[in-house]
Ligand binder design. Structure first.
Ligand code: UDP
Length: 342
């Protein structure tokens, strides 16, 4: 058994990682300011520290109170559009919080750090699939801020020996297959939850952002990776850091699906039409983004268990249709190790 600090553990990917750590018997402390996260997404038997990462004194108290074997860092500003309206806030906050957290970890003697990073640091690459050698060229201040966070961790390793893994996610999607957790963003901007809500009649019709891309059906292609598979990748890289060097991995399914294919999958799974219209392209959206997951598979033995788009959509649909008000619905509260809710 080990003990981990999970920042942003009340958020979407973070909460699924907390659940996976608890299921294998690790002890977890969640640090979350609950600006985006949900108290109900944290299991009852997990300590939740409600604090801002910028509060360095509080951070030192947390590290002094527990001896952590590793840190998993999810808490960050993460809206691409917002980052283009307020770039300096994104660069300053995401870098300072990562550097401050790494500093606190180093000073407490903690040697392992896993960073939630993003495919957004590759911008609009020419070659598909995107492997770890692809040129870093962020198309947004959000992507740049994550690259700066990765760079801070490189220095923490070079100077202090803090071993880290940066996981560059493609499109995290789906929900806990046992229905204990799901995706509940405010505001919601992601395709799959918006399409599901449109099918449920909870929102206005979906707008498809562009049908004139150079793809087979004219809509954008993305690599949707199941959040439970993402969680598994975090556990594997954290374990590997015990003896191995710092690493960077691209984490995706390795195949792409178009916006139209996602809409069809939601209609197939739900049995309901997805009301939608067609709008202009969203600025900054590349036509195709698909990961190469070869390195992660080869070096950690990771393999996606929910690789089919229908499996991803089925778990997302199950959670959302059982919790149309998201985590505000009290039945959404998870119980570690046991099914609850859906
Ligand atoms: N998309 C769309 N309508 C929406 C939201 C998203 O057509 O209301 C498209 C978007 O252009 C992209 C894909 O769906 O091609 C996935 O977008 P999402 O925001 O979920 O993730 P991103 O790829 O931006 O990280």
């Amino acid at each position: 058994m080990a003990r981990f600090l999970v920042t942003g553990g009340a958020g979407y990917v973070g909460s699924h990682v907390v659940l996976a750590l608890r299921e294998r018997g690790d002890e977890v402390v969640v640090l979350d300011d609950l600006r985006q996260g949900h108290r109900a997404a944290v299991p009852h038997d997990v300590e939740l520290v409600v604090a801002d990462l910028a509060d360095r004194r509080r951070l030192d108290e947390v590290f002094a109170g527990w001896r952590f074997d590793g840190v998993l860092h999810f808490a960050a500003l993460s809206l691409v559009g917002e980052s283009m309206r307020d770039p300096l806030r994104y660069l300053a906050e995401n870098l300072a919080n990562t550097a401050g957290l790494a500093d606190a970890a180093v000073r407490s003697g903690c040697r392992r750090f896993v960073l939630s990073s993003t495919a957004a640091l590759f911008g609009n690459p020419e070659r598909m699939p995107i492997d770890e050698e692809a040129r870093i060229s962020p198309g947004s201040a959000y992507g740049e801020s994550k690259f700066m966070a990765e760079t801070a961790l490189d220095w923490a390793d070079r100077v202090h020996g803090l071993r880290s893994a940066a996981l560059r996610y493609f499109n995290a999607a789906g929900a806990d297959p046992q229905g204990r957790l799901g995706e509940d963003h405010q505001p919601e901007t992601h395709l799959i939850p918006l399409a599901i809500d449109a099918a449920l009649g909870l929102r206005d019709p979906l707008t498809v952002f562009g049908t004139d891309y150079p793809t087979p059906d004219g809509t954008c292609i993305r690599d949707y990776v199941h959040v439970t598979d993402l969680a598994d990748a975090h556990l594997r890289v954290m374990d590997a850091l015990e003896t191995g060097p710092s690493v960077r991995y691209n984490v995706g399914n390795g195949r792409g699906h178009s916006v139209k294919q996602v809409i069809e999958a939601v209609e197939r799974i739900s049995g309901c039409p997805v009301p939608h219209d067609v709008g202009p392209r969203r600025p900054g959206d590349p036509a195709v983004l698909v990961a190469s997951n070869e390195k992660l598979r080869r070096e950690t033995g990771w393999t996606p268990r929910y690789a089919e788009l229908d499996d991803i959509v089925r778990t997302a649909w199950a959670w959302r249709s059982a919790h149309p008000r998201g985590f505000d619905d009290r039945s959404a509260m998870p119980l570690a190790g046991g099914a609850a809710g859906a």
